[in-house]
Design a protein around this ligand. Structure first.
Ligand code: GDG
Length: 461
């Protein structure tokens, strides 16, 4: 088996903690790296006065990580700038929030060149390279420019936007053209893959034949390969002592009421305002249910230096305050809005205690919370997943109650239906959802992508 080099913005390989403390992605990539040997390369998260390409190697639990520090200007222009203020909003269909600045684009290019300069000497002739996500679209082309003719795959964790939206990005064609340096590009869903083909075909004159896109003398293979979670491990974790304690804490404080749970990074793509408005509608339309339920929204802040994230936070504070002010009683508060994160094992117990998992992103590449909620349920008495049709996960999780998060009425109706759903139907839906979550888990995802990459036809490249 060839060595594997994983490259991502941040490296989250095992640090001697238990697997349960890690996200599923880190677990799966670490397993692939352990099997194949190689290393995981990325930004250390640290800053340095002047970029020097110094690589910090570490070895933990059979996985080698290699990280570099970046300059403050790199972090501002590449990470805070082009990645989080330009590409993230655009790729989540929010061109109203996207900031198009030459400095951001320049810093993004420079930083990707720095990554390429740094990692290139580490690459051996037969290594397979797997680059992750929108921080690094042009890295493959930069490596090719440095004589790297290895197999290189790329996986996009976020949606691919419709071509008319992508067309608003200055130099969008150049960005997409650089992606033809890859041998394989992976998306979570057919929808994102088709959007990519749409742009390549109509805006660049690429020819699409089956799962291959051709542009001039280059071609790239495309695959829809939905990421999963470490389902068996997550289900087991929901029975651990910390999970049971968290479960008990929630049940005791619920005082017999049904809990609806939402868990999201505080991000405008997650549809949190719409979720609160849908829940408000439900309280308004069903006065008899008012003191029978409550919504727990866990929303740890993210990307706090970006203004649009400060605004969504303010807006949610206003909305939750307004709804609580309008409906609360001396012994009941409709929304428990919590801005802190919880350890993963506790989170699994919280999911298990909830009658409804409410997941309403406006756009989401996949959404792992939906899968975690399912994996944490009690098979005898499972809760109901209410899921946005606009999450990538909806393509697989058709036994959830699928809703349009922009419609407060639909969200309200789904909450009502979920609360009234007979146990038999809950079990039937959950069994199908769980079978899917278990079958296409995160190890399946990594292996499916890597096998396709190892087979990709490189003859023309
Ligand atoms: C991107 C794409 C795609 C959240 N709060 C806490 C906590 N979390 C964990 C969840 C889950 C993860 O964060 C969030 O994953 P998502 O998939 O929902 O979303 P993004 O962070 O936006 O991820 C997404 C993903 O990449 C993978 O490809 O699915 O579409 O946007 O695991 O559990 N974890 C802990 N405490 C918290 O309070 N420990």
């Amino acid at each position: 088996m060839n060595r594997l080099i994983v490259i991502s913005n941040r490296v989250t390989a095992p640090k001697g903690s238990t697997a349960g403390a890690q996200g599923g992605l880190a677990v799966a990539l670490a397993a692939a790296l352990r099997d194949r040997g190689g290393m995981w390369f990325g930004w250390s998260g640290e800053q340095t006065d002047q970029f020097n390409g110094h690589i910090n190697f570490q070895r933990n639990q059979g996985v080698t990580t290699a990280t570099v520090d970046l300059e403050e200007q790199d972090v501002q222009e590449y990470y805070d700038g082009y990645a989080n203020r330009t590409l993230w909003p655009l790729f989540h269909y929010r061109i109203d929030l996207a900031e198009y600045e030459r400095d951001f684009a320049g810093g993004y290019k420079r930083t990707n060149q720095r990554f390429a300069d740094t990692v290139r000497p580490l690459v051996e002739p037969d290594d397979v390279i797997w680059i992750q996500d929108y921080h690094m679209f042009p890295l493959g082309a930069e490596l090719r420019a440095r004589g790297c003719d290895n197999r290189i795959g790329f996986f996009l964790h976020i949606p691919w936007p419709p071509r008319r939206l992508l067309g608003t990005l200055p130099n969008a064609q150049a960005l997409v053209e650089s992606m033809f340096a890859y041998d394989l590009i992976g998306f979570h869903t057919e929808e994102w893959l088709e959007s990519f083909c749409d742009f390549a075909r109509h805006d660049m004159g690429a020819v699409i034949e089956g799962n291959i896109a051709r542009l001039g003398d280059r071609h790239v293979e495309l695959i829809a390969c939905p990421i999963g979670i470490d389902a068996t491990e997550f289900a087991a974790m929901s029975q651990s002592v910390p999970a049971r304690l968290a479960y008990r804490r929630m049940r005791d404080s619920a005082d017999g009421r049904d809990m609806i749970v939402g868990v999201d990074r505080l991000d405008y793509s997650k549809g949190l305002e719409e979720r609160f408005l849908g829940y408000e509608r439900f309280l308004n339309e069903h006065p008899e249910e008012r003191k029978e339920v409550f919504l727990l929204q866990v929303a740890p802040p993210s990307r706090v230096s970006v203004e649009s994230y400060q605004r969504i936070r303010q807006s949610l504070e206003g909305l939750s305050g307004r709804i609580n002010g309008a409906y609360a009683d001396v012994d009941w508060v409709p929304i428990r809005y919590v801005n802190q994160g919880y350890p993963r094992d506790q989170l699994s117990g919280i999911y298990r205690a909830a009658k409804i998992g409410l997941v309403t992103p406006l756009r989401d590449g996949m959404n792992l919370v939906a899968k975690e909620y399912v994996a944490a349920q009690d098979p005898e008495d499972p809760g109901v997943l209410v899921l946005s049709r606009f999450a990538g996960a909806a393509e697989q999780m058709t036994d959830a109650l699928l809703v349009n998060p922009y419609s407060a009425e639909e969200v309200s109706d789904a909450l009502y239906q979920a609360l009234r759903m007979p146990r038999q139907e809950r079990v039937r839906r959950w069994e199908k959802l769980m079978a899917g979550v278990q079958e296409q888990d995160v190890t399946w995802w990594a292996e499916t992508f890597l096998q396709a990459l190892e087979k990709a036809d490189m003859t023309v490249n």
